[in-house]
Design a protein around this ligand. Structure first.
Ligand SMILES: Cc1ncc(COP(=O)(O)O)c(C=O)c1O
Length: 473
């Protein structure tokens, strides 16, 4: 990330500019940088928990689990400090964060430029921005995203910011339904994940996530792309799509897809496959929504639909996670009528400022393209995992994924063993997460802006140890 001072956003001539540019603020930011560097100096490798903090930590875990009404997946409570891929927990341990809050902390932990942008956001007049009161940094973010999404010829240009990936997807659904009224069905994909609102629980293809919920949406599922069976994938999915359109004529408002299925286990899409489906969708006036809440910023292009050359097809795209503030981007012909979209919380000034800084860095620094960090670090990781697979083919298959989305199948996809494996990795100091159900996979979303090849090497050594130790039990 550039070491320049964060941009002061479109506020020339105001008191705000004078305040943000006040030498005392500049000095304070400099002091934070210096203190940060001093305290990060000795963070260079994994560190076990401190024995004197263990008892207190266990108590905190118990309290937090009881307080939130359910156990944590990992015994993880962060201290609020770290360095690059290393994150400190309240037991004093340092762990490798190779899941980053499932794709949020793109520049790792306590990155000086991210903190600087966050401080600038935090000294703004309010904590949150919302429907009647938007600040200038929102405009900067919207212009940046709008400019980037139009590259490669997309008609998408409007950007509606929001506070979560699920809200971005809800807003996308509403745009499509309003545009296609009275069509009231949705086409989605097997194994997909789109969020946890009532409506989205029925697009997400996982029974456990909608157990006990009243059916809010009529969804028809298409088989997702299978890289091992290209022709058949296209044939099966187009056949299913035509069948649904025939069964429910003019009733589908949209087709909702993840270009790369993240929660399902980093399953890659395919240009020819998507184009075959979307050509039929377009002919039948079905809006096309690309859910990139997880895939945004993880392929060679900023937007994953650009990576698959789908600019002519996609009407709406949603982003989240690494962008800190989430968004629904849409074409002019999907503009909502007044009243459809609004909210008390658009997001916090901190999220908007840091998100802007992160996306700007992706666009301006060496992240995108076939030789950019996203692709090269993802490829490097896959090569290292492939070496483990060639040594231990009975324990691991893969790796899979596109760009910086990396996953592998361990123990033939057995859900319980995968969970055990992820816990073993946690104990050994590596944060990952499981994904999908059939097969279950282990997934990595590493902090691309902070990770180096040597970190990947270390993590791979630990992956091997964890594989062997779980297989022995
Ligand atoms: C593809 C996709 N869509 C939507 C969501 C929901 O985002 P959020 O958890 O921010 O609501 C996620 C979250 O994992 C996701 O991966």
């Amino acid at each position: 990330m550039s070491t320049q001072k964060p941009t002061i956003l479109s506020i020339a001539g105001t008191r705000a500019q004078k305040f943000f540019d006040d030498p005392r603020i500049t000095q304070a930011q400099q002091l934070i940088r210096e203190a940060l560097a001093d305290h990060q100096k000795d963070i260079t490798s994994l560190t076990p928990a401190k024995s004197e903090l263990k008892e207190n930590y266990e108590q905190m875990i118990k309290e937090l689990s009881a307080g939130r009404g359910g156990a944590l997946y990992y015994n993880y409570i962060g201290s609020g400090f770290g360095r690059g891929p290393f994150v400190e927990l309240c037991d004093g341990s340092l762990k490798y964060d190779f899941i980053t809050g499932i794709g949020v902390h793109y520049f790792g932990h306590s990155h000086p430029d991210v903190i600087e942008a966050a401080v600038q956001g935090a000294i703004g007049n309010t904590v949150m921005q919302g429907h009647l009161q938007q600040n200038s940094n929102q405009n900067e973010m919207i212009q940046l995203l709008s400019e980037q999404v139009q590259k490669k010829g997309s008609a998408i240009k409007h950007v509606f910011l929001t506070s979560s990936g699920a809200m971005a997807n809800e807003n996308a659904l509403k745009l499509a339904f309003q545009k296609r009224y009275p069509a009231n069905r949705v086409l989605a994909f097997e194994r997909s994940f789109s969020g946890r609102t009532l409506a989205l629980s029925f697009i997400t293809d996982k029974a456990a996530y909608r157990e006990g919920l009243p059916q809010g949406l009529q969804v028809d599922y298409l088989p997702f792309y299978d890289v091992t069976n290209h022709e058949k994938s296209i044939k099966d999915a187009t056949y299913a799509l035509k069948k649904y359109i025939k069964r429910f004529p003019k009733q589908h408002a949209c087709i909702f897809f993840e270009p790369i299925q993240g929660e399902g286990g980093s399953w890659e899409g395919n240009e020819e496959y998507f184009k075959a489906l979307f050509t039929i969708a377009k002919e039948n006036h079905i809006s096309i929504i690309s859910d990139e809440v997880q895939a945004f910023g993880r392929t060679q292009e900023l937007f994953a639909f650009q990576y698959y050359n789908l600019a002519q097809y996609v009407d709406i795209v949603t982003i989240g996670k690494m962008s800190q503030v989430c968004a629904t981007l849409f074409a002019e012909d999907h503009k909502p009528r007044p009243g459809l979209l609004s909210q008390t919380f658009t997001s916090s000034g901190v999220a908007i400022n840091t998100g802007y800084k992160i996306i700007k860095s992706l666009v301006e620094d060496n992240f995108l393209g076939p030789k950019g960090k996203i692709q090269t670090l993802g490829d490097y990781f896959r090569v290292q995992l492939k070496k483990i697979e060639s040594e231990l083919p009975h324990l691991i298959q893969g790796p899979y994924g596109v760009g910086a989305m990396v996953a592998m199948t361990v123990f033939k996809g057995d859900a319980e063993l995968n969970k055990k494996f992820s816990y073993r990795l946690f104990d050994l100091g590596v944060l990952t997460f499981t994904a999908g159900g059939d097969p279950t996979r282990v997934r990595f979303l590493m902090p691309i802006g902070a990770v180096e090849e040597k970190d990947i090497d270390e993590v791979c050594k630990i992956v091997k140890v964890a594989l062997l130790s779980v297989s022995e039990k």
